[in-house]
Design a protein around this ligand. Sequence first.
Ligand SMILES: *Cc1c(COP(=O)(O)O)cnc(C)c1O
Length: 372
Amino acid sequence: MSSLLTYAVAGVQALQPYAPGKPLDELEREFGIRQAVKLASNENPLGPSPQVQQVLREQTAQLSRYPDGNAFALKSALAAHLGVAAECLTLGNGSNDVLELVARAFLSPGTSAVFSAHAFAVYPLVTQAVGARARAVAAHDGSNGPSYGHDLAAMLAAIDADTRVVFIANPNNPTGTWVAAAELRTFLDRVPAHVVVVVDEAYFEYVEVADYPNALAWLEDFPNLLVTRTFSKAYGLAGLRVGYGVSQAELADILNRVRQPFNVNSLAQAAAVAALHDVEHLQRGLEVNRQGMRQLELGLAELGLAFIPSVGNFISVDTGREAGEVYTALLREGVIVRPVANYDLPGFLRISVGLPEENQRCLAALARVLAL
Ligand SMILES: *Cc1c(COP(=O)(O)O)cnc(C)c1O
């Protein structure tokens, strides 16, 4: 270990940094490939609403001013949209920022956070960064719940006297599995009242299954419930970094105490308001996803590849071998997907749903690479 690292706080010494999807221009630099397709970060293939682009042009004139630290316009728009009071909102520089606020406010050495195996990589990161213990609970094995999905009964059993936070991704990334309403409600009813339950709904706009819960409807019953959402996925604003948490006002007040005053920049605030209002653009994106998901599911089935059924805007496919080599071979074909070995899924690749021609390129490249 380098000498400076030995002086870093213990949790940080052991951290593995988050591995993001490979950027397009990096692939072009490294492989000299043009016109590559990136289906690696669950981004919206349509891009943001045209109304967002217009608002951004107008906002650049104001860039010498600090943003509104309390984000009055965005909070008002969100409060109306969600049917909650503005005091119940916590804005973040992406919803990842809100996850970090939870860790900073509730976790410390001697405490722990519980989450599922194969769950979003940011949960262990924010937990360990503040010196708390990260406890991953085995996922369903398929016998009494969807394979790879969260096992909430096992997660409940894993909560002990040290546990302060539970992270539930619904749906989960990278598995695309979801937790049904009855199962989540039972969990919330039984979890100790002092344990903060984060229900991460980064992909909730995409979900169309009937038993998917509306966790917002339960906020009144649970002062320890925080629902997080984002503008990065269905609204196509990943590059601007804006997400939010919804909770009772008491929990929002705690989170806002550790929030940087200007964590959401002025362009992001204005863009998010415009994005929220362009319902048609959102709907177009959901339709593109619906069709693209069907295209990928059919194409993968034709190739004889198994995948985890997903309700999000991505799908994890079982390559039947170490997926790292397949990933690299796909890069050479100009297709960027996401290896998920760091999620304890070494044979899988996660493919984000793209435009029809992008999905097609990915399927064709997969067929060539796997020689199917
Ligand atoms: C993409 C994603 C997020 C959102 O991250 P942002 O910081 O809002 O861009 C949160 N949770 C999960 C599970 C995700 O996959």
